[in-house]
Write a protein that binds this ligand. Structure first.
Ligand SMILES: [Zn+2]
Length: 94
């Protein structure tokens, strides 16, 4: 595993745009609920969850290592199940 790369960080503006655009998993269609806690301190949470409280992931369509960005054009909402199964597929290709 590589160390955490802050350039891959998906900021809250991007998370907001992706959640409001996708409204659920882009792979299986699982609907997302979301909340925006933390605004009292000026930060914006923008986290998405499924009906069981499992957090959705923000998935880079084009891997960051291959030149993908962390903007809304390259980030999609994915449920944990889809993102984890896709991650395994990506790793086996490399
Ligand atoms: Zn899914």
């Amino acid at each position: 595993m590589r160390s955490y790369d802050s350039r891959k960080y998906v900021n809250w503006q991007t998370r907001m745009a992706v959640i409001l655009r996708d409204r659920g998993c882009r792979y299986c269609g699982l609907p997302a609920a979301y909340h925006t806690g933390g605004s009292a301190r000026g930060d914006r949470c923008w986290r998405a969850y499924d009906s069981k409280g499992q957090p959705f992931h923000f998935d880079h369509k084009r891997p960051f290592a291959s030149g993908g960005t962390s903007g809304p054009e390259n980030v999609v909402l994915a449920c944990a199940k889809c993102n984890l199964s896709k991650g395994e597929a990506y790793e086996s290709q490399q």
